[in-house]
Design a protein around this ligand. Structure first.
Ligand code: BGC
Length: 740
């Protein structure tokens, strides 16, 4: 975008202290309109005449800043007076925090030593129509703010006694402006406020506030105090076996809130960072700790809630609630793996497996469009997709399943929202990705070799040969990965996804009117090569890949063998990130819906409902995050708010209540409703507020059979008991004699 203003920064480095910039200006006469265009190298808070200019928190969000740095535009007309003071405090945010957690000390200090740059323009349209623009330059002052420290991982330190004074002229900062773009993503906003469920004392004697729900956001405190009194809070997700506060699983992220009081009654909340938590340990507090002093504020991107599911099984309802909360907790400007430990990164694989569920639960079109542009911008020259997006200092690219986000995510936006534009704008990124695979595989028409995360966290990891002890040296990601993979072959998974992405690119190319001949020929070769190279399958996930992606010579047999294997394994999943996302779909597609329900409704470890029986309020990263005896599986990789396994919700929508999009008429322009009830549920219902209107599918077991209530906003095919009914938009009731 065209940009006139300079970047400015403090003339002297301020260390950890966040600078506050100030511009005073007077208006000789009222203005017709005034807008503030602004962005910073770090999260910022802009305050005009004592009032925050917008409810958008943690602006400018997280993008691949050097290529795409969002500028926010706020209408400030109503806030102006004759004399005006604009103040902007800049924290480290994503831009300058030493993240990701695995950076070397040198890389960390490089990020930390980057100046807290600010660039802004106040554009005034005077009553005579003329314009006046105030740009950031050396006429802006800068001073130390009360925020003494602010980082994404470590939290915030605020000294309420500090009153910014002694403003000195800001200095011009040499930094490009051609990377500036208008705001593209959804705004990040405070969404909900929650009071504590209880305040209690742990066996260790710690005072802990329990908000009853794991969230991402921050705590607001209100108290009477004397200047210099200290409040210190630590954040945690779960209690340990003995019921004590626990946050070792945050690893290097300190996730602390420190507030130094001024005199009198006061309210404080962090301004430039966020935390993932349910519990807060009160490490310091003046006087009695009373629940009324604490409010948890839920923060995430603005997204309209669209989907809902409920049924007669309360545990399943809680599971669905956990999926929703993991989406809220991890859709804070980018789709993150988790909101608490020293990652909080846009892991592409996680986003890819979850996007279908995400797009039914909420309207995430704008949210993902922006993220996909960063994905394309950060794609390597050879077409490899970064493991995390924005990459922003995180090395590494090219894993299958993770990289396939480049194709699968735009495709899902097309299916759910009929978004053809995103297919158009991402097409080059997709084909570059396929080019990368073709150029890096060791054998043509398959994807052999290279680095892959494989069936990440697969429960069959023990079947692999690897040392059991993880040393700190191994924790550099590349090596570490080997210890968290399931037993499925990387080459098989990678080749299956190569086939799948190629197949999608063919469909997409056709929609866009491109010549897809090359990809069609390639797909046929991949399929043949897959069958020759992988005639047999050894793990649940391998069977899933072969059957779900239609690659096995005999997919029905592969699915039957999968069902047999699962039963042999004790009707238990042994899958990781990759297999788990598709296993129920594979079973139900090939006539094993009954077994799929058995897996879904299982309550013992490992299962989706096991964490629910352990009190989970969000989706866990590990099936055994907390083991049956109350101990933790590890402190190293143990997030309790990781949405990947929450992808099971797309089976709830798509199979239990049977709501499906139709490829030929996406965005619910046509609908396919094919519920598959089961006698273990009395009733189930789901609805999605689509662009075309409300889709709802509900069924209930009655004495005479099953009663279905279906609402469709567009022409639909409704499949009940194997019979297809073509219907016009409207509300329908069906009965089937069979009990599910
Ligand atoms: C993240 C995952 C991610 C993985 C890569 C982890 O540290 O939390 O969710 O996908 O690394 O395999």
């Amino acid at each position: 975008m065209e940009w006139k203003a300079n970047w400015i920064c403090p003339p002297q480095p301020m260390g950890d202290v966040c600078p506050v910039y100030e511009k005073r200006f007077s208006l000789p006469s009222p203005v017709q309109k005034a807008v503030l265009l602004i962005t910073a190298m770090g999260t910022y808070e802009a305050v005009l005449n004592g009032e925050r200019v917008s409810g958008y928190v943690l602006a400018p969000g997280f993008t691949s800043y050097l290529k795409r740095h969002q500028v926010q535009e706020y209408d400030i007309t109503a806030m102006l007076g004759a004399e005006n003071t604009l103040r902007v405090t800049v924290g480290r945010g994503w831009y300058r925090s030493p993240m990701p957690g695995w950076l070397t000390p040198e890389e960390k200090s490089e990020k930390q030593n980057t100046p807290a740059g600010l660039t802004a323009q106040v554009v005034l349209t005077l009553c005579d129509g003329s314009k006046r623009t105030l740009c950031t330059d050396t006429s802006w002052g800068v001073a130390e703010s009360p925020i003494r420290f602010s980082e994404i991982y470590d939290g915030e330190v605020y000294d309420a006694r500090v009153i910014p004074s002694q403003f000195v002229p800001a200095q011009l900062l040499e930094h490009p402006t051609d990377c500036l773009i208008p705001q593209e993503g959804e705004e990040i906003r405070e969404q909900e406020r929650m009071k504590p469920l209880r305040v209690f004392t742990t066996p260790k004697g710690e005072t802990v506030v329990d908000f009853g729900q794991e969230i991402a956001g921050y705590v607001e405190i209100t108290l009477d105090a004397k200047a210099g009194d200290l409040v210190e809070l630590s954040h945690g997700e779960v209690l340990d076996k003995e019921g004590n506060f626990y946050n070792e699983n945050y690893r290097a992220a300190k996730a602390k809130l420190t507030y130094i009081c001024r005199d009198g009654r006061q309210t404080y909340k962090p301004r430039l960072t966020f935390y993932g938590f349910r519990f807060v340990r009160v490490d310091a507090f003046p006087g009695q700790v009373h629940p009324s002093a604490f409010t948890a504020i839920v923060v995430h991107s603005q997204m309209k809630r669209t989907g809902d599911f409920s049924c007669s099984n309360v545990l399943l309802n809680q599971l669905f609630s956990n999926v929703i909360w993991s989406q809220k907790g991890n859709f804070l400007d980018i789709p993150t793996d988790c909101p608490q430990r020293d990652e909080r990164l846009g892991w592409t694989g996680d986003a890819q497996v979850f996007i279908k569920t995400a797009s039914y639960n909420y309207d995430v079109q704008r949210f993902f469009r922006k993220w996909l542009k960063d994905l394309a911008a950060d794609q390597w020259e050879n077409g490899a997709v970064s493991h995390v997006n924005p990459a922003w200092g995180a090395e590494g690219a090219g894993s299958s399943v993770w990289g396939d986000a480049a194709v699968i995510c735009p495709w899902q936006l097309y299916l759910t929202y009929a978004d053809k534009e995103v297919l158009q704008s991402q097409y080059e990124s997709m084909t570059r990705y396929l080019g990368f695979i073709a150029g890096s595989t060791k054998e043509p028409d398959l994807w052999i070799g290279g680095f892959h995360y494989g069936d990440w966290l697969g429960l069959d990891a023990d079947d692999r040969e690897h040392p059991q002890v993880i040393t700190p040296e191994m924790l550099s990601l590349g090596d570490n990965a080997e210890f968290y993979k399931g037993a499925s072959r990387d080459d098989l998974i990678a080749s299956a996804f190569y086939a799948y992405s190629t197949q999608l690119v063919i469909k997409i190319g056709k929609i866009l009117g491109r010549d897809t001949g090359e990809y069609e020929a390639s797909y046929e070769r991949i399929r043949r090569a897959f069958q020759e190279r992988f005639p047999e399958y050894h793990t649940q996930t391998e069977y899933v890949m072969a059957a779900y992606f239609d690659l096995a010579k005999d997919c029905q047999k592969a699915a039957d063998d999968l069902a047999e294997m699962i039963i042999r394994d004790g009707t238990k999943l042994r899958t990781g990130f990759v297999g788990t996302a598709y296993v129920l779909h594979t079973l139900s597609r090939y006539g094993h819906t009954d077994l799929a329900y058995s897996l879904l409704l299982r309550q013992e470890y490992p299962s989706w409902l096991y964490p629910v029986t352990k009190g989970a309020t969000t989706i866990w990263e590990h099936w055994d995050g907390i083991k049956p005896d109350g101990s933790f599986w590890s402190s190293d990789m143990n997030s309790f708010n990781h949405y990947a396994y929450g992808a099971v919700a797309d089976w709830l929508y798509g199979v239990v209540t049977g709501i499906n999009t139709v490829e030929e008429a996406p965005g619910f322009e046509k609908v396919l409703i094919a519920p598959q009830p089961d006698s273990r549920l009395q009733w189930a219902q789901a609805s999605i507020q689509t662009r075309k209107g409300l889709v709802r599918s509900a069924w209930r077991q009655t004495q005479d059979g099953i009663r279905y209530e279906i609402t469709v906003p567009s022409p639909a095919q409704i499949v009940i008991d194997g019979q297809t009914h073509s219907v016009a938009p409207g509300e329908y009731i069906f009965y089937s004699e069979n009990r599910g």
